[in-house]
Design a binder for this molecule. Structure first.
Ligand SMILES: Nc1ncnc2c1ncn2[C@@H]1O[C@H](COP(=O)(O)OP(=O)(O)OP(=O)(O)O)[C@@H](O)[C@H]1O
Ligand SMILES: [Mg+2]
Length: 112
């Protein structure tokens, strides 16, 4: 199993969620975050206006899925989260050791 952690622009959430759902992704956690990347963040757009922001808001998406489903999910996020401008975000992939569904005690992929 793998955990995908993706930092995306907040206004892209619905598009990304839909793209992931279309590829069979069910479980997802979204957390409000702020951050910056490797390129200096000079400005960001809000309500059609450009503002200088040092740590603009981003959403942190976490999805744990079977290893074989990772590439599909990455493509879904790439296509739905990209605007082409600096600050579009980043996707990290981590190993996931175990998952336990609390209601049933199921473990591993069966619990995803
Ligand atoms: N190395 C990192 N570690 C943790 N979070 C990161 C890292 N890089 C980016 N992020 C997160 O992703 C968000 C967007 O990053 P961003 O897209 O600006 O990366 P970048 O490397 O500067 O690429 P770009 O040149 O396209 O702007 C950041 O606000 C931050 O939340
Ligand atoms: Mg950047």
């Amino acid at each position: 199993m793998r955990r995908i952690v993706a930092y995306i622009r907040p206004h892209k959430l619905e598009e990304v969620k839909t793209a992931l759902a279309e590829r069979g992704v069910t479980g997802i956690t979204v957390t409000e975050a702020r951050g910056c990347g490797s390129s200096e963040e000079q400005s960001d757009w809000f309500l059609g206006k450009e503002y200088v922001v040092s740590l603009p808001p981003r959403l942190k998406l976490e999805v744990v899925l079977k290893t074989g489903a990772v590439e599909d999910a990455i493509q879904a996020i790439l296509q739905s989260a990209r605007t082409g401008r600096a600050g579009d975000g980043k996707i990290f992939v981590l190993p996931e050791l175990d998952v336990i569904r609390i209601r049933t005690g199921e473990r591993g992929e069966a619990a995803l």
